[in-house]
Design a protein around this ligand. Structure first.
Ligand SMILES: Cc1ncc(COP(=O)(O)O)c(C=O)c1O
Length: 358
């Protein structure tokens, strides 16, 4: 009988709640304003011949490397950060190697570490989801071959300091350190300038969030040239499709669009946090395009009532340390008006002071 590898048999399926997502979608950390209109122009200009050919990444990679100020041999375009994570796991993890992740965090790490048959070592964030530097250091050993850290982290919006991240990378030169900067644009700090300076440091960036291209699936993995060469061996030469490759240069040139959106998100984030504070709902100040809030035992009615009012938010109460938590993506100004009034009404409806207050 045909059987999947043992590691796959024990793998928990990663199942985001796709499907019935009608309303204002503040549940997936997507760009709620769409992508730059220049994308539509690129799509119109695509020829059938272009679609008939296999995609060629190289010229776009050169432009992308220049944009990120790394050498072309230090960058690989990927099918979103998801693929970057997968490739890193495939490249570095042998069965029974250890991969350290800080939880709660993005669920895909666990998936690809598990699929590689490696052992996941989960380190719980400190109080208020602060980055547990000392506990991460304590979890490192000779078998550690990967440390993946989302910075800012999803679903908490918390960040780790540059000094701490570089310190960890220095402690385990035999391990790949992947800093997932999917939400960089909403935060502003990066380790990209360290690419090529540390022999084991990788940074991943996506165009799914601030750039609004989640549906096109494109991201970038950057790291030391010799390591990127190894990772390239694992990647399909056609991992990024022609449509994404055709649109990316135009999108990069439209920095006004990205900046405008990021400014709106930052203002919206402030408005949401102020509203939660004034309602007495506990939340964790975020550096990303979402905010994690605690609704206590009322989290499920909160999500359902918000949905009834046409606003989708994400129940994160099953994540480690997130009992009663809901993640709310930030929208643009008009969407924030809708969100805030829905929150006010919902909190008033479900309120029972013991359960919702901080
Ligand atoms: C931390 C983090 N990394 C990566 C991703 C996925 O990025 P991509 O769409 O580029 O695969 C997400 C999406 O939610 C995320 O939260």
């Amino acid at each position: 009988m045909l059987r999947a590898r043992q590691a796959i048999q024990y793998l928990r399926e990663y199942r985001p709640p796709l499907g019935d997502r009608v309303g204002l979608r503040l549940d997936f950390n997507e760009n709620t304003a769409g992508a730059s209109p220049r994308v539509l122009q690129c799509l119109r200009e695509l020829s059938l011949e272009q679609l008939a050919r296999y995609p060629e990444r190289e010229s776009v990679e050169l432009a992308q490397a220049e944009f990120f100020r790394v050498r072309p041999e230090e960058l690989l375009l990927t099918n979103g950060v998801d693929e970057a994570i997968h490739l890193i796991c495939e490249t570095y993890l042998e069965p029974d190697d250890q991969a350290v992740i800080v939880v709660p965090t993005f669920g895909i790490y666990e998936l690809f570490v598990g699929a590689a048959g490696a052992k996941r070592v989960s380190v719980l964030a400190k109080q208020n989801f602060e980055f547990p530097t000392q506990d991460v250091v304590a979890a490192l050993n000779d078998r550690t071959r990967l440390v993946v850290i989302a910075n800012p982290n999803n679903p908490t919006g918390q960040v780790a300091s540059r000094v701490d991240l570089l310190g960890i990378a220095n402690l385990v030169p035999h391990a790949a350190i992947l800093i997932d900067e999917a939400y960089f644009e909403f935060y502003g700090e990066t380790l990209l300038d360290q690419i090529g300076r540390l022999p084991n440091l990788f940074v991943a960036r996506t165009f799914s969030k601030a750039y609004g291209l989640a549906g096109l699936r494109i991201g970038a993995l950057m790291g030391p040239a010799d390591q990127i060469r190894a990772v390239r061996r694992v990647a399909s030469p056609y991992n990024v499709n022609s449509v994404a490759l055709a649109c990316l240069p135009a999108v990069l040139q439209d920095q006004d669009f990205v900046q405008h959106y990021v400014d709106e998100v930052r203002q919206g984030r402030e408005r949401l946090q102020n509203e939660l504070r004034s309602l007495g709902v506990r939340y964790w100040p975020s550096q990303a395009n979402f905010v994690l809030a605690s609704l206590g035992q009322q989290h499920r009615p909160f999500v359902d009532e918000m949905r009834r009012r046409g606003v989708l938010v994400r129940d994160r109460s099953h994540d480690p340390g997130c009992d009663g938590c809901v993640r709310i993506t930030i929208g643009v100004a008009g969407q924030m008006d809708q969100l805030l009034s829905a929150i006010r009404e919902t909190v008033a409806e479900i309120r029972s002071p013991k359960e919702v207050s901080a």
